[in-house]
Design a protein around this ligand. Structure first.
Ligand code: DX5
Ligand code: ZN
Length: 230
């Protein structure tokens, strides 16, 4: 069986916010599959990033799919607004909100692709009942809130267990990982464990060689790992 293609989702969280247009162009030129936009409210996570106006303005300058990661409390209050702002994919956390089935279906009904995210200390079993309703499961590989943190090694086993459940149930949700992903070590490791969608922030936008070269190195690294895992 051919292993699934790996999606590269650069996160602009670590880009220079005064020059976001350039960051978006660099991600496009580097062959990004989508843009990952991290929305933080200062409650669910101890950081505030950006919200609707940035999503709307980025929508106006790119055709890349916008993959919006909502690190906010009660995300159901905002899903329609983010859909209208141009989000193509919306991911909410299992740790926030009470009615995930309703929220995930509401996202789908808006014509947007739903995803569920889980924090490092949240067990895989917590998202099991949502798996049939999502296109992506986002396994946080750092504690959410900041770019540039160290990859949590226990995430690898979590990805493996999630992959086994999805295979057993014949479900096609992507396994997205987010946090501490870089081309040398963690990207190949997560791909071998079963991740099919890699969010990469600082290793793209803070790369010494620049975002385009960083994306090329990531593409190369995941291709090699993907073929080795056949
Ligand atoms: C962290 C965010 C990430 C962040 C990843 O809470 O969800 O998307 O940008 O940054 P790196 O790749 O630097 O760990
Ligand atoms: Zn994210």
């Amino acid at each position: 069986m051919t292993p699934p293609t790996v999606i590269l989702s650069p996160s602009i969280l670590d880009a220079n916010f005064a020059r976001l247009g350039e960051a978006v162009q660099a991600a496009e030129a580097g062959g990004a599959d989508c843009l990952h936009l991290d929305v933080m409210d200062g409650h669910f996570v101890p950081n505030i990033s950006f919200g609707l106006p940035i999503v709307r303005d980025i929508r106006a300058i790119t055709k890349l799919p916008l993959d919006v990661h909502l690190m906010i409390e009660a995300p159901e209050r905002y899903i329609e607004a983010f859909a209208k702002a141009g989000a193509n994919r919306l991911t909410v956390h299992i740790e926030t909100g009470y009615h995930h089935n309703r929220t995930l279906h509401a996202i789908r009904d808006l014509g947007v692709s739903p995803g569920i995210a889980l924090n490092p200390a949240t067990p895989v079993v917590a998202v099991e009942e949502t798996l049939a309703d999502v296109d992506r499961v986002l396994v946080m590989t750092v504690n959410p809130g900041f770019g540039g943190q160290k990859f949590i090694e226990a995430s690898l086993d979590k990805v493996r267990r999630l992959r086994a459940i999805l295979l057993e149930r014949r479900l096609g949700a992507q396994i997205q990982v987010d946090g501490g992903i870089e081309p040398k070590r963690t990207a190949p490791q997560v791909v071998r464990a079963g991740a099919t969608n890699l969010v990469v922030g600082s290793a793209v936008f803070k790369a010494a060689a620049g975002p385009q070269a960083a994306l090329a190195a990531l593409r190369e690294a995941v291709q090699t790992a993907r073929l080795a895992s056949v």
